[in-house]
Design a protein around this ligand. Sequence first.
Ligand code: ZN
Length: 184
Amino acid sequence: MSILKVARLGHPVLRQKCEAIKPEAIKGPEIQRLIRDMFETMAEYNGVGLAAPQVHQPVRLVIAGGDADEEGHPVYRVLINPEITVLSDDERLGMFEGCLSVPGLRGWVERPDAISVKAWNEKGQQIEFNLEGFAAVVMQHECDHLDGVLYVDRIEDMTRFAYDEEASRYLETAGEEEFEGEEE
Ligand code: ZN
């Protein structure tokens, strides 16, 4: 396994529309190695999610966390060629998002609170499930990467875009969503 180099804001690979992965290639050695390396890279940088273009591979593959199983253990899903359907367009969830490709910064982004996801998993099976709350935000952030979209594109109020330290010092006010210390 290897820790991969993470592409940072400004690298063109982050602005590409990524290619779909052929379902028959999912169980092949290249994709399986990419998945293992992405897990290792994400753990190294304390990410809650990671998209393949962030490690210079412009293919439609993400790992997305932010969810827990019934016993409270964190769940990370591998999704290939994911498709998102928004379930609650009027209920939006705002939080300070961060990104391993935009290190040291945070920005306030609001997204739909509930989504449905259809994709292939790492075993080459088709899966479909619903997500809400933080896990739905992480999933949307990761899937945006596959279309060359970064969270910074979705910040509406640029006064709420800041370095980590300043964000936690000056931008938190009572009643807002808890500051998210994790990076996607
Ligand atoms: Zn990101």
